[in-house]
Design a protein around this ligand. Structure first.
Ligand code: 6PG
Length: 469
C-alpha cells in the first residue's frame, strides 16, 4: 500500500488533479477502464514522482493507504452510482469517497445516507476552474463529515489555488453542502456571463461601438474593480480571429447556448426555498430562448422596432452599470446560500465561502474580498446589499444602471439580466411593495385572508361591497 490518494475517471480533470497532487509530493493512483488513459497517467510522472494508472479496480484499491481516500470524477447522475457500486466491494469502514463532479445535491444526500450505513464517509465536492485550475490550482467546495475531512485537508490545501497564501478550499458543511455551494457558484456564473454578454450587445447594437473598442474596454475594466476571471477571458476571446475568414471568431459562433443543468437547478431550488434570484433565472431562460432560432428569425421580421436617437453614456457609466449588475447577482446567490444553509442544516459560513471563491474558480473576482470583509463585519448578514459599504457603493452607482436600462428600452436591445439586477435592487429597497394588492386580490377571489398593518390577526373582506364611488 503506497498511494495517498486515488482518482476514478482519468479524463482531463482527473489526470490534472493527480498531477497537481504529485507536484506537491503526494503519491497518487488513478483508475480508468481505458488502458490508454491509465498508461498516459503512469507516463506523465516526472522524476521522483509516484504516480500510477490502473485499469483494474481491485489492484487500484489495494494500492491505497488506509483509510483509503478516493475521488470519483465521472459524469453526474448514474455514472456516479455505478462507480460507487464498483468500489463498494473494496471499501472498508472509515474509508472516504469524494464525488468531485457537479452532482445534483439531493443525490449526494441519498448517497451519503446509504454509505454512512456502511461506515464509509461520502463527500460531495464542487471543483471549479476547469482543466487549468485542476492542474495549477482549483477552488474546491467539499461537504460531508467534518472529522473525516481531516484526512483530505492536507492534500486539498496543497493543490488548491492560493490567495494571499490562503488555500481556496475549506470544509464547508454537512451533507450536500459542497454540491449546493458549487451549484449556486454556477448559478452566479450563469448570471455574470449573461450580464457580460448583454454589455457586449449594448455596446455593439445599442451604442454602435466598433469591435476593437468593445474589446479594449473589457480589457481596461479588468484592471479596475471589475477585475475578474470572466471579464478577463471575455477581453481575451474578443481578440481571437478565425484563420480562414479573418473575421473575429466570436462573430461566427452560433448563438444557441447549451448548458449542463447546474444553473437551472439553482433557479429551481431557489423557487423551492422561496428566495429570489432573478438574474440567475434570466440567465437560464436566455439560454433557453436562444434555442428558438427559427422563431426568433421569423419574429425579427414581424416584431420590428426602430428608433434613431443617439444615446449618451460614458465608459465609466457602462463600467459602473456592469459592476452594479455583478454585485446584485452575487447578492442573490449568497442570499440563497444563507436560506439554504438554514433549511438544509448545512452550517455554512459565508465568509469562508467568499474566501474560497476569491481564487481558482470561474466566478473569482476582486469584489469577493469585499464580500468576505462584509461577512467578517457581520457573520449573520442576511444580504450583502445590507452591508453599509457595499450598499452605499451601489447607491452611488445606480444612476448608471438606470441609464443602461433606459438605453436598452429605447433601442430595443434585450438586456433582461440588467433589468433583473436593477429590479431586484428596487424591490429589495422598497419598505412597502405593491404586494398588498396581490393579497387583496387573493382574498377577493379565494377568501385567502390577509394580515393588516394596523392590527394583529387574519382578516377577510367583502371586497365587492365597495365604499368608494
Ligand atoms: C467551473 C464550471 C464548470 C463547468 C460548468 C459549465 O466551475 O469550473 O462551472 O463546472 O464549466 O459545468 O456549465 P454549463 O455547461 O451548464 O454552462
Amino acid at each position: 500500500k503506497q498511494f495517498d490518494f486515488g482518482i476514478v475517471g482519468l479524463g482531463v480533470m482527473g489526470k490534472n488533479l493527480l498531477l497537481n497532487m504529485a507536484d506537491h509530493g503526494f503519491a497518487v493512483a488513478g483508475l480508468d477502464l481505458d488502458p490508454a488513459k491509465a498508461e498516459a497517467l503512469t507516463e506523465a510522472a516526472a522524476a521522483g514522482q509516484q504516480i500510477k494508472g490502473y485499469t483494474d479496480a481491485e489492484a487500484f484499491m489495494a494500492s491505497l493507504k488506509a483509510p483509503k481516500a478516493i475521488m470519483l470524477l465521472v459524469p453526474a447522475g448514474r455514472p456516479v452510482d455505478a462507480a460507487i457500486g464498483s468500489m463498494l466491494p473494496f471499501l472498508e469502514k472509515g474509508d472516504i469517497l469524494v464525488d468531485g463532479g457537479n452532482s445534483y445535491f439531493p443525490d449526494t444526500d441519498r448517497r451519503n445516507a446509504e454509505l454512512a450505513e456502511k461506515g464509509i464517509h461520502f463527500f460531495g465536492m464542487g471543483i471549479s476552474g476547469g482543466e487549468n485550475g485542476a492542474r495549477r490550482g482549483p477552488s474546491m467546495m467539499p461537504g460531508g463529515d467534518a472529522q473525516a475531512y481531516e484526512r483530505l485537508r492536507p492534500i486539498f490545501e496543497a493543490i488548491a489555488a492560493k490567495v494571499d497564501g490562503d488555500p481556496c478550499v475549506t470544509y464547508l458543511g454537512r451533507g450536500s453542502a459542497g454540491n449546493y455551494v458549487k451549484m449556486v457558484h454556477n448559478g452566479i456564473e450563469y448570471g455574470i456571463m449573461q450580464l457580460i454578454a448583454e454589455t457586449y450587445d449594448l455596446m455593439k447594437k445599442g451604442l454602435g461601438y466598433e469591435d476593437h473598442k468593445i474589446q479594449s474596454l473589457f480589457e481596461q475594466w479588468n484592471s479596475t474593480e471589475l477585475h475578474s476571471f470572466l471579464v478577463e477571458i471575455t477581453a481575451t476571446l474578443l481578440k481571437k480571429k478565425d484563420k480562414e475568414t479573418g473575421k473575429q471568431l466570436v462573430t461566427l459562433v452560433a448563438d444557441q447556448a447549451r448548458s449542463k443543468g447546474t444553473g437551472k437547478w439553482t433557479s429551481q431550488n431557489a423557487m423551492d426555498l422561496q428566495v429570489p434570484v432573478p438574474v440567475i433565472d434570466v440567465a437560464v431562460l436566455m439560454r433557453d430562448i436562444s434555442k428558438f432560432k427559427e422563431e426568433r428569425i421569423a419574429a425579427s421580421k414581424l416584431l420590428t422596432w426602430s428608433e434613431d436617437s443617439k444615446p449618451e453614456i460614458t465608459e465609466e457609466e457602462l463600467k459602473d452599470a456592469l459592476y452594479f449588475g455583478m454585485i446584485s447577482t452575487y447578492a442573490q446567490g449568497l442570499a440563497q446560500l444563507k436560506v439554504a444553509s438554514k433549511e438544509y442544516d448545512y452550517g455554512l459560513n459565508l465568509e469562508e465561502v467568499a474566501k474560497i471563491w476569491r481564487g481558482g474558480c470561474i466566478i473569482r473576482a476582486a469584489c469577493l474580498e469585499d464580500f468576505r470583509k462584509a461577512y467578517k463585519r457581520d457573520p449573520n448578514l442576511p444580504n450583502i446589499l445590507l452591508d453599509e459599504e457595499i450598499g452605499r457603493d451601489l447607491v452611488g452607482r445606480q444612476a448608471s444602471i438606470r441609464k443602461v436600462a433606459k438605453i436598452a428600452i429605447d433601442k430595443g436591445v434585450p438586456l433582461p439580466a440588467y433589468m433583473a439586477a436593477l429590479g431586484y435592487f428596487d424591490s429589495y429597497r422598497s419598505a412597502s411593495l405593491s404586494t398588498n394588492i396581490i393579497q387583496a386580490q387573493r382574498d377577493f377571489f379565494g377568501a385567502h385572508q390577509f394580515e393588516r398593518i394596523d392590527k394583529e390577526g387574519l382578516f377577510h373582506a367583502q371586497w365587492d361591497q365597495t365604499d368608494l364611488a
